[in-house]
Write a protein that binds this ligand. Structure first.
Ligand code: ASP
Length: 336
């Protein structure tokens, strides 16, 4: 029997048209149906227009509404494809990985660098890959782009213009398309360990801070004064932060003592952080920071937002960061 696939459109370049003020989303799923049918094989498509936004205009409340919609409709379809702008796609795919806990169908997010109406666009190829993955029967939240499929919580946009815009960071691809067809690396898929649970709560009181030589610790105080509950710090290299002259690490520890959750990761895209190597890391571990290890910034930020939406208890927040929820992190001692 033909697999039933729901296409949910949220906008982005894939559905864009030239308007008075530049390229902007404008096509509805109905208007893209001819192209979508050309790449949908023998699947049966259903269409839904969720919103029509450049993904710069996507906000956390959209993630929660999208997760709720997917949760509601998941039993009526074999798979769901979400069309999304590429700019914040990896934030959405990371957050959906947490909100759609143990999702029982494939949810595949895609977009493109050129509008589906463009004769040489990557849009058709990306939709083809996404629809094929959505019909695969492999549950989880994925990103499909440029003939590759990756875990939603490992995807990151690394190029602004090339068709090869997304990378699976610190994690192998879930599937690749070659002259042999689509090969799904089954061992890379996350094991579902329980029933589906929609968990759409989040906190938007989370700040992203990138370190640079000269950053002053007073910045931390003003973030706390504005009511933020969590900070994700993109520190240097393996996760180092300064403690001479501007004693940033002591300022971090003081905020933790006052109830702030601080997660430390790295500005380096690949290979992750490990605070146990250098003094510039060990001191902040002693001060109570949590480690992002090899998470992408998108995954670390959305995990922090999501965790602070689940609990206020510091011990529980710590517990959430000590486990791998959706494949987003490689914890020490669990490497292959
Ligand atoms: N600005 C667009 C967006 O994120 C870019 C794209 O879709 O590729 O919506």
């Amino acid at each position: 029997m033909a697999k039933k696939i729901l296409i949910i459109n949220t906008g982005g370049t894939l559905s864009s048209v030239m308007k008075e003020n530049g390229l902007a989303p404008g096509l509805s799923t109905e208007e893209m149906l001819k192209e979508l049918r050309m790449v949908s094989g023998d699947t049966k498509l259903a269409l839904m227009d969720f919103c029509s936004l450049d993904s710069a205009n996507i906000f956390p409340e959209d993630w929660a509404a999208l997760a709720a919609k997917i949760g509601e409709l998941r039993s009526s379809y074999d798979g769901i494809v979400v069309i999304h702008g590429t700019d914040t796609l990896a934030y959405t795919s990371s957050m959906l990985s947490f909100m759609l806990h143990n999702i029982n169908i494939p949810v595949v997010i895609t977009g493109s660098q050129l509008s589906i109406t463009h004769p040489v666009a990557d849009a058709m190829e990306n939709c083809r890959c996404a629809i094929y993955m959505a019909a695969s029967g492999c549950p989880g939240v994925f990103v499909a782009f440029n003939r590759k499929v990756m875990l939603g919580c490992r995807a990151s946009k690394i190029r602004t213009q090339s068709f090869d815009a997304f990378e699976s960071v610190n994690h192998p691809y879930v599937a690749e398309i070659s002259s042999q067809g689509m090969h799904i690396h089954k061992h890379v898929l996350q094991q579902r360990t329980g029933v589906f649970k929609l968990r759409p709560k989040y906190s938007d009181q989370v700040f992203l801070l990138k370190l640079y030589p000269g950053i002053h610790r007073s910045m931390l105080r003003s973030i706390a004064d504005q009511g933020y509950r969590g900070i994700y710090i993109e520190a240097y290299g393996l996760g180092g932060m300064p403690f001479v002259r501007h004693d940033f690490i002591t300022a971090v520890s003081e905020l933790i003592d006052q109830g702030m959750t601080i997660v430390v990761g790295t500005q380096c895209r690949y290979e992750g952080s490990n605070l146990s190597i250098y003094e510039t890391g060990m001191r902040s571990l002693e001060g109570g920071v949590l480690q992002a290890y090899d998470m992408t910034t998108e995954a670390a930020m959305t995990k922090l937002m999501w965790v602070l939406g689940q609990t206020q208890k510091l011990s529980e927040i710590r517990d959430y960061f000590s486990v791998d929820l959706s494949g987003e992190v490689t914890l020490p001692g669990t490497e292959d």
